[in-house]
Design a protein around this ligand. Sequence first.
Ligand code: SF4
Ligand code: SF4
Length: 231
Amino acid sequence: MNKKNNKFLSFSFAIREIMDDFRSDPKQYDLFAKVYSFLVGGKAVPGEEKCPPMGIRYGGIWYRPENLKERRFYNWHEFDDLLTQAFSLRSLSGEDIVKLYKMVFGVNAFIGNGPEEKVGIWVETEMERFKCIQCGHCCLNLYDSYCTTAHEEDLIRWEEEGRWDILGYIDGGDLWISPKTGEDVTRCPWLRKLPRTEKYSCRIHDTKPRHCKDYPKSKKHALRTGCKGFG
Ligand code: SF4
Ligand code: SF4
């Protein structure tokens, strides 16, 4: 049996992960409604509404504070500010943070001691179940997996390794930019389809960008972005 892939987070880091999850995918209306009403009380439900000034329909939440009849609509652009405000106003217990983390990421978590006996939360990431089947979906379809900004550490490593072929596809820190056209590539230049199979490989696997090494960041990230590594 695979060893469990648990990770320890300080309470503040767990909150940061929750915030980052909504930043990277704010249109989780149902989930946001649950998280928001957990934090501030009252009742929040997912919905949509025409928003000024253009009258465009936006997804978001309808929120009614406790003991009030009036409800108001918040569109998803406002979620980040709402969360920041809610986290700063409410003093959360460790149990509250565990509950929120489980709600947002759909994995088990519990309070425990981490390095240096610090109290925080242990998360059962379930990443031990992840197995890349080389389907190529992430490299072919997730635009931000092949057109994004390189991490400083990647740039330094490629320079140290003398990988001018890789650096030739970088412009102002952005990857991957065609050295011929100066435009974003339409497909990652390092992706290769293996002959007579439906599998793909990365020609720079050993030194691929951190962005690619980190994919998927969590079970939720994998499921949300269509990775088949969880079966
Ligand atoms: S989508 Fe998932 S399984 Fe497919 S190649 Fe990418 S990491 Fe591997
Ligand atoms: S560098 Fe490799 S892992 Fe990253 S998108 Fe390209 S082929 Fe995929």
